[in-house]
Structure formats: C-alpha cells, structure tokens
Design a protein around this ligand. Structure first.
Ligand SMILES: [Zn+2]
Length: 71
C-alpha cells in the first residue's frame, strides 16, 4: 500500500523546494556579478553568521523581516 499524502502537503513542499532553488540560483547570479554577500537593500556586507546559516540570503537581518534574519 503506497503512502498516500494529501496533495496540498506535497504541493506546499514542492513550492518551498522551488523557492529554495530560486534563491540558490539567484545567489549564483550574484556571485557571478561579484556582489554576493551584500544586502540587496542597503548594500552593506552581510554578517558571516547570516551567510553561514542561510547561504542564499538576499538581505541582512535589518532588511529581511519577512524572511527573518536567520531564516
Ligand atoms: Zn540591509
């Protein structure tokens, strides 16, 4: 008997995974552009702690309230 899960659960997981992939692809673009590791809002360098916890983070702790500082 296959383990059948609600479609909504699988869809939500897929959406989260796609968002994570998009974040990483965006980070790779920024590495190519030479501005990886800076906040996209204030352009200040992001703390190492942020980058270590969320390597694909786009903003510093002050400018990512919707994501949380350490998503
Ligand atoms: Zn910032």
């Amino acid at each position: 008997m296959p383990d059948l899960r609600p479609l909504e659960d699988v869809t939500a997981e897929l959406s989260a995974a796609e968002a994570a992939v998009a974040d990483v692809e965006h980070a790779l673009t920024r590495i190519d552009a030479g501005d990886y590791g800076t906040c996209e809002v204030c352009r200040e360098p992001m703390p190492d702690a942020v980058l270590e916890t969320v390597p694909a983070s786009r903003t510093c702790a002050r400018h990512g309230p919707e994501l949380g500082p350490l998503r």
